[in-house]
Design a binder for this molecule. Structure first.
Ligand SMILES: [Zn+2]
Length: 72
């Protein structure tokens, strides 16, 4: 990441936020699964799928930006 580039900071921050949220929901899912709370599990699984896509999209935004600018 180029410390002087606002776009680098923005895409990395978005990726970090998506990753943090993904692991937070993943943890909630494990707790719900242990407690056998099936409805909660189902809703968290679908949330996790959405977050997984957001994580992939955020990572692609980083790759794209790095490719366009040569920033690393
Ligand atoms: Zn940049």
């Amino acid at each position: 990441m180029d410390q002087n580039c606002d776009e680098c900071k923005r895409v990395w921050r978005a990726y970090a936020a998506a990753t943090t949220e993904f692991y937070s929901v993943d943890k909630q899912l494990q707790t719900a699964a242990k407690g056998n709370r099936l409805e909660t599990v189902a809703s968290l699984v679908s949330k996790l799928e959405t977050l997984e896509q957001a994580k992939v999209a955020a990572h692609e935004a980083i790759s794209q930006h790095e490719k366009e600018t040569g920033h690393r």
